[in-house]
Design a protein. Sequence first.
Length: 427
Amino acid sequence: MIVVPQLKRRPVAAAGGRGIEARLEEAIGLAKAIDLEVASAGIVPVATIRPATLLGKGKVEEIAGIVRAEQAGLVFVDHALTPVQQRNLERAWNCKVVDRTGLILEIFGARARTREGALQVELAHLNYQKSRLVRSWTHLERQRGGFGFLGGPGETQIETDRRMIAERIRRIEQELEGVKRTRELHRKNRRRVPYPIVALVGYTNAGKSTLFNRLTAATVYAENLLFATLDPTLRAVELPHGTRAIFSDTVGFISELPTLLIAAFRATLEEVTEADVIVHVRDVAHEDAEAQALDVNEILRSLGVDADDAGRIVEVWNKTDLLDAEARERIENIVARREPEQRPILVSALTGEGTDTLLAAIEDRVVAERPTLSLALDPADGAGLGWLHRQTEVLSRELDERGRLAVTVRVDPSKVGEVRRRFPSAA
């Protein structure tokens, strides 16, 4: 059973302008994303938050009756619950209760495919469970004697379990530090080869993975499902004028994304903060498209990314194939009224519409800050030409009338001085 609390006194700004029906639809999508069978779903008005149960006494009893009638084994409350609220609701409804954070953690756990992803999810899950042992375990009040790692005399089982969780958290954090170092080494290697990084971000189910597959000819799992992909994927792409870039498909964002997950996935999300260009993919056909965009921008800001930087962020309005003629005209008018540098690009990842325009826009941003240098080489200088290919982007090379090799390169601003020192003729 799904319960979506509607806080009557919650300001619109706090809700991100999100419609309550859209929240219910998203909650159902979260449940289905982990193969739960939804027997009942509804919106519950909440005038005042009750510290003990979140909901009022009458509503708690009403839902208990529905749970019994539907024989529901799980109630998903689409709101953050304190450990006490969760325990009290489980007692009142006589079934397992999970809140928004708990369900998203379960989805991430099911989706993680790599060792890094599994570690990140486990770390977030352990931090989440630390304060909830009181309601999750049935044996926690027993006391154990013994010595050493078995626990001192009089130590309760709950203290032992908390200590074991703390030790496991430390081990995972150490392993993730190793992952972070490895990822940083990979980034250093990519910086040596001047391939810009293009990261795709967006609300979950906005079509990022489908667009990624379209742009890179990859076969990343893409499905009409919340959090269909979790582990980041990188592919090299040749842009329209020959510039090579590395595209990265990242985990989808969602409103009220648990801070535990943002912290655990910090190493993965650094791919976004390190990217030269960020492609913000939006589902323009969704009724809550504006609220979803606000949620994504908020998470980007929490990562230290300027969400309003038009020189770095390309906004993509995806799923235009789902728009009827009237909606399409309205969207095109909105785009036309924007400043040229801030105009979104209309695409359909499914049909390929607009992808050529998108790739050209990405290339424009990639090369905007990169100067072009021309230089002359001895045709026999294979070492010098090889160095240029490794350290710069070679745009053209041809023999001039003097028999010299005229080479035009595009250079990362940080390497201009090095190129000129090695090739004094560069200008």
